[in-house]
Design a protein around this ligand. Structure first.
Ligand code: 1DX
Length: 183
């Protein structure tokens, strides 16, 4: 994945546990680079190793790290540099989710090595929507839970998320039910 993703993992670890912890995480992951370059593509393996060693160093489970990371990604990317992109994504949570496919098409036009997951929505009501998550990557479902929770905060819409179909249990892909209170 693009270096921007690994940089966000670094930021998350540094902000919560300090820079010494980050140095440990990097060493444990067997990385001897100084910095990640945002718009350079790195092997996915590096991201997975970072999550694994961040778990070992901090004592958080990999799932908890991925969730925290998903929240951080939404709040971080919308703050730093990609805010305009995020703002173009929609003015409410359901609108943003419905625009995700277009959004990724736009980012992939600028960054051709992007391998975005596919998101589809269905069953929209006044207080809920289903989000279908199709990906070629393994194990990132908790990351998407965190992304959704971050989006809820971004749009001041507290949400409940439940996984109603699980790829890990044989479904074709993960399906989330996202619910919020009526206005
Ligand atoms: F709900 O793959 C809200 O590298 C969401 O299963 C979900 O393949 C927001 F400059 C710039 C760059 C860079 C901008 F080139 C990425 F570096 C992309 C910014 C998306 C904001 C996907 C990142 C693929 C890298 C993947 C989950 C799970 C999508 C990560 C979250 C908005 C982003 O993101 C899976 C890659 C951006 C950029 C956003 C993603 C790759 C998302 C969301 N994805 C790179």
């Amino acid at each position: 994945m693009y270096g921007l993703v690994n940089k966000a993992v670094q930021e998350l670890v540094e902000s919560r546990f300090g820079s010494a912890a980050w140095e440990q995480v990097k060493a444990k992951a067997g990385l001897d680079l100084e910095i990640f370059i945002s718009n350079e593509a790195y092997p996915d393996d590096i991201t997975y190793r970072l999550v694994g060693s961040a778990s070992a160093v901090t004592g958080m489970t990999p799932e908890a790290i991925l969730m925290a990371f998903g929240e951080h990604w939404v709040l971080h990317t919308s703050r730093q540099g990609y805010g305009a992109l995020m703002d173009a994504g929609g003015r409410s949570l359901p609108e943003f989710l419905e625009n995700l496919p277009n959004f990724h098409t736009r980012v992939a036009m600028i960054f051709p090595k992007l391998r975005p997951p596919e998101f589809r929505t269905s069953h929209r009501t006044d207080t809920s929507i289903r989000l279908h998550y199709l990906t070629e990557r393994q194990g990132l479902t908790p990351f998407v839970v965190g992304l959704l929770s971050g989006l809820g905060k971004k749009f001041d819409t507290p949400i409940r998320t439940s996984l109603i179909e699980r790829k890990a249990e044989g479904a074709d892909h993960d399906v989330f039910l996202v619910e919020w209170d009526p206005k």
